[in-house]
Design a protein around this ligand. Structure first.
Ligand SMILES: C[S@@+](CC[C@H](N)C(=O)[O-])C[C@H]1O[C@@H](n2cnc3c(N)ncnc32)[C@H](O)[C@@H]1O
Length: 302
């Protein structure tokens, strides 16, 4: 493992539920996080931070499943008989969905073989998971039979959202529903404003810039979807904030985001800045700060 990387966490032995069920204000140390001692050198987040990434994906499902599921229900999930999840990751969200809808067939697709191998840990009869690249028009050719497509937290990992959504539109059959859920930097809000929060925003933006991704793609989605040919487009901003989410979960979520982005970028955050962010997150339960972490939810129909 490269210098500064967070040590690999054996997720099975890492009981996050105990840590995050409480709404008692927690210190970072209480959250059981393993912080890198030095600013990390460039690493592969998916493999070098495997345990942390898994934990973060599972935490996102814990915090957001109810909301995201309801959003999909409000825009036609129950009318679907087969749904594909593009960029399914470790499959946690998909399996929760599949358990809630035993009559729908679900397919999970991810371009990383090791992610697909993880989905096997969460078995559900009505789910199949396959390796496939969403950027490859040939790979998505075969999905024309589904009547629902989910893209949850994958846009910021894709090269060209407009092109990918336009290709997707071409292969889908008429009336197929598409749900997109992703970060939206325009709705990262902190009140009163705080230097540490600006550092967090800057980190996310830099991650996107360095990987050639648009950090504001969330707010451009309506235009992109219209151009690709989708209709009945609806957008909501998720209240992922200090007022509605268990504060300990939100603290853990934000600091893990920072650790992952920081690890992926060389010299993006100095030790001093990282300390400022940690203090800001530690003090969140008692500081009276109101914070919203921008997530956009968009539904549309071919
Ligand atoms: C942040 S994770 C989100 C996982 C899951 N959708 C969720 O909501 O928990 C992004 C996933 O997209 C996958 N991914 C990135 N680019 C992809 C591509 N071009 N085709 C398929 N999957 C991709 C990554 O391997 C990763 O597992």
């Amino acid at each position: 493992m490269k210098k500064g990387a967070v040590s690999k966490v054996d997720y099975d032995n890492y009981d996050t539920s105990k840590m995050i069920k409480t709404s008692k204000p927690l210190k970072l140390e209480d959250l059981g996080l393993r912080l890198p001692n030095d600013p990390p050198t460039q690493i592969n987040i998916w493999t070098d931070l495997e345990g942390l990434v898994d934990d973060q994906l599972n935490l996102q499902v814990k915090m957001q499943f109810k909301h995201h599921h309801q959003f999909m229900l409000n825009s036609g999930l129950n009318k679907c008989s087969s749904v594909i999840d593009l960029g399914t990751g470790n499959g946690t969200f998909l399996h929760e969905l599949a358990k809630a809808h035993p009559k729908i067939s679900f397919i999970g697709v991810d371009n990383q073989a090791h992610m697909i191998s993880k989905t096997k840990c969460v078995q559900t009869d009505n789910v199949k998971c396959l390796i496939g690249d969403v950027n490859n028009p040939q790979a998505i050719q075969g999905i024309g039979n589904v009547d629902g497509v989910l893209m949850r937290y994958i846009l910021l990992h894709m090269n060209d959202t407009s092109k990918a959504l336009s290709n997707l539109h071409k292969v889908l059959k008429k009336n197929t529903r598409l749900w997109i859920i992703d970060l939206d930097l325009e709705h990262y809000v902190c009140n009163p404003p705080h230097e540490a929060f600006e550092l967090i925003k800057r980190l996310v933006k830099r991650f996107c810039d360095e990987h050639g991704r648009d950090s504001n793609v969330g707010s451009k989605l309506i235009t992109i979807l219209k151009k690709a040919g989708f209709r009945s487009i609806e957008q909501k901003i998720e209240p992922l904030n200090t007022e509605t989410v268990d504060i300990a979960m939100l603290q853990k979520f934000i600091i893990q985001e920072v650790i992952v982005y920081r690890a992926a970028l060389e010299n993006a955050v100095t030790d001093e800045e990282f300390e400022k962010i940690k203090t800001f997150i530690d003090e969140l339960p008692n500081s009276g700060t109101s914070l919203n972490y921008g997530v956009t939810l968009v539904s549309s129909i071919k």
